[in-house]
Ligand binder design. Structure first.
Ligand code: SAM
Length: 277
């Protein structure tokens, strides 16, 4: 049954405020599940199951599926749609308030979801900054976000560096608004992130790395030396020394740096902290 008919049957009107745009194209659902390359014994976490269309496909491809849905109105509908799938666990809560690691248990897991766009960045942060990361994340997101996350040096942002520190993002394909009901106002894309077992760059700590990166992006379109001097509370001369020691031209802008270059600045800043007041 298509999502409109299904929701009508339960007297549910989609809520824009919850990012409720439901997928109904079987080819797209298949493409999302295939991008996740699931193994038969995999545990999957799905955020925002909605009407359960993607959940059913995930349950057919993996061993165990945990879902977290905020909208309590979906409970009877989801329970009926998934009655034949005993290895699906439904949780009705705000994903941002759930300890998702306790929910999925101690083993490896994969995240596959058509997420509510209003909390995409918060979800990425929750998944990537947790003590244990999913092996892979496959999300339907706004096309603009997918492109921003997978940007290359020249167009980097705090979001791109934050995601690429933990994993390799890839835009699998664009999705026309017509594959959703109701149609979203923006184009969408399937974004896949394969996470790294170990950090891709050598830094003294994640906290030190992100302190420097956040400072670097704190003042848009400014030269790195000005942004870092403000963000790290260093005087101009110390900032220039820091950047020269790390082998970076102080006139560059934050969006042009590679992760390896951010790591080089972090290492110098960390080892020579005393010198920099
Ligand atoms: N997976 C379904 C599909 O593909 O058709 C629905 C996707 S819809 C874009 C997003 C879903 O996330 C909705 O069901 C919405 O109610 C749910 N949602 C919104 N905010 C949420 C939150 N904070 N925590 C968990 N689920 C949320």
């Amino acid at each position: 049954m298509n999502p409109k008919a299904l929701l009508d049957k339960y007297g549910i009107q989609p809520k824009k405020s919850l990012g409720q745009n439901f997928l109904h194209d079987p080819n797209v659902l298949e493409k999302i599940v295939n991008s996740a390359d699931l193994l038969r014994d995999d545990t999957v976490l799905e955020i925002g199951p909605g009407t359960g269309a993607l959940t059913q496909k995930l349950a057919e491809a993996a061993h165990q599926v945990y879902t977290i849905e905020l909208d309590q109105r979906m409970r009877p509908l989801l329970e009926a749609q998934l009655a034949l799938y005993p290895r699906v666990t439904l949780v009705f809560e705000d994903v941002l308030a759930v300890d998702h690691l306790s929910l999925v248990g101690p083993g490896e897991f994969v995240v596959v979801a058509n997420v509510p766009y209003y909390i995409t960045s918060a979800i990425l942060r929750q998944l990537l900054e947790a003590p244990r990361r999913p092996r892979r994340i496959v999300l339907t997101v706004q096309l603009e976000v997918a492109e921003r996350v997978s940007a290359k040096p020249g167009e980097m942002s705090l979001l791109a560096v934050s995601v690429q520190f933990y994993g390799k993002p890839q835009v699998i394909g664009k999705l026309n608004p017509a594959v959703f009901w109701p149609r979203p106002e923006v184009e969408s894309a399937i974004l896949k992130i394969d996470t790294y077992d170990r950090p891709i760059v050598d830094v003294p700590s994640e906290a030190a790395f992100f302190r420097v990166v956040r400072a670097g992006f704190s003042q848009k379109r400014k030269q790195l030396k000005n942004a870092l001097s403000g963000g790290l509370q260093l005087n101009g001369a110390d900032t220039e020394t820091l950047l020269h020691t790390a082998g970076i031209d102080p006139k560059r802008r934050a969006e042009t740096l590679t992760l390896a270059e951010w790591a080089a600045i972090t290492r110098v800043f960390h080892t020579e902290k005393q010198q920099f007041g």
